[in-house]
Design a protein around this ligand. Structure first.
Ligand SMILES: [Zn+2]
Length: 105
């Protein structure tokens, strides 16, 4: 079976709820809490790469600035990059990963 590849058609930063909302091409809508999203940052610095364990884990305490979502930029046709309040913007969140995190196929 081919892997169905879904894309985000629209997204919205909801400041007063501190969530990020994505609308998908199949009509699904998913929401992500900013702090959980920051913790899941897949960049090499946060998540690690090779022998480097990464600097973020379940114990990491974030400041409010670090978990404030300022902007979100599209990356090619396969993902999104958030820019956080502290300027961190190296994580590429693929649509695949965002769908999986939301429990969507
Ligand atoms: Zn990161």
């Amino acid at each position: 079976m081919a892997d169905v590849f879904h894309r985000a058609t629209d997204w919205e930063i909801v400041n007063d709820e501190r969530i990020f909302r994505i609308s998908w091409d199949d009509g699904a809508v998913s929401e992500y809490e900013w702090e959980a999203m920051r913790r899941a940052c897949p960049c090499a610095y946060c998540a690690g790469e090779g022998a480097f364990a990464g600097s973020v884990n379940t114990e990491t305490k974030f400041s409010e600035e670090q978990t404030t979502l300022k902007m979100v930029y599209p990356v090619g046709r396969y993902g999104l990059t958030p820019e956080w309040g502290d300027g961190h913007d190296t994580g590429i969140y693929t649509f695949k990963m965002l769908r999986r995190a939301a429990g969507l196929p």
